[in-house]
Ligand binder design. Structure first.
Ligand code: MN3
Length: 209
């Protein structure tokens, strides 16, 4: 899974048109092939001239970014974050997944939010509340308790010790071609392509850390 320098833009586990009609082909292509590619190029560029950072994994870079010298801090945080967040977002969708949560995650979502409809409502509210660019996340703490949070720009839940389960990219480039400025419709469409198998797998991994 290419977690170390030199970073590569791995192909998506599905075709660019596989999430149609919910997420359109052109958006997927530009999002993966241009937006993510740019973060990967920028991160490689930074690491190529900072050899002492090359032995850190992508997640380790996110954890140490705030402790780096001023001239590197934002660059590492934004670009490592851009790589991590986009990979996580793309891998969290799939064309023919389960249409509802499965496994241990399903039970915990019901227990925490009072059912799928309530969870969707709260997650959507959070995704709509992001002012400007960012993400909404379902995260787990060390004890498996679930929460919904948002992050600005390319910030991630990783440095604050929260384990990501699911995320939606709400930067305008994620939906503008199809939905223009209508983020609400995009969120509704996105729910149709959430990969619940992957989300349950992510949740289980949260207990390993
Ligand atoms: Mn994006």
């Amino acid at each position: 899974m290419n977690s170390y320098y030199e970073f590569k833009n791995l192909p998506l586990p599905y075709a660019y048109d596989a999430l149609e009609p919910f997420i359109d082909e052109k958006t997927m292509e530009l999002h993966h092939n241009r937006h993510l590619q740019t973060y990967i190029n920028n991160l490689n560029e930074i690491l190529s001239t900072n050899e002492n950072l090359q032995s850190f994994s992508l997640e380790q870079l996110l954890r140490i970014a705030d402790k780096l010298p001023q001239n590197l801090k934002s660059a590492v945080k934004n670009n490592a974050g851009g790589v991590f967040n986009h990979r996580f977002f793309f891998n969290g969708m799939c064309p023919e997944g389960e249409d509802r949560p499965i496994g241990n995650l399903a039970g915990m979502l019901t227990k925490t939010f009072g059912g799928m409809d309530k969870f969707k409502e709260e997650f959507k509210k959070a995704a709509l509340s992001v002012f400007g660019s960012g993400y909404a996340w379902l995260v787990s703490d060390k004890n498996g308790r679930l929460r919904i949070i948002t992050s600005a720009n390319q910030n991630t839940p990783v440095p604050v010790g929260l384990c990501p389960v699911l995320c939606i990219d709400v930067w305008e480039h994620a939906y503008y071609l199809k939905h223009y400025n209508n983020r609400s419709d995009y969120i509704d469409d996105w729910f149709n392509v959430v990969c619940w198998e992957r989300a349950d797998d992510n949740y289980m991994r949260c207990f390993l850390n």
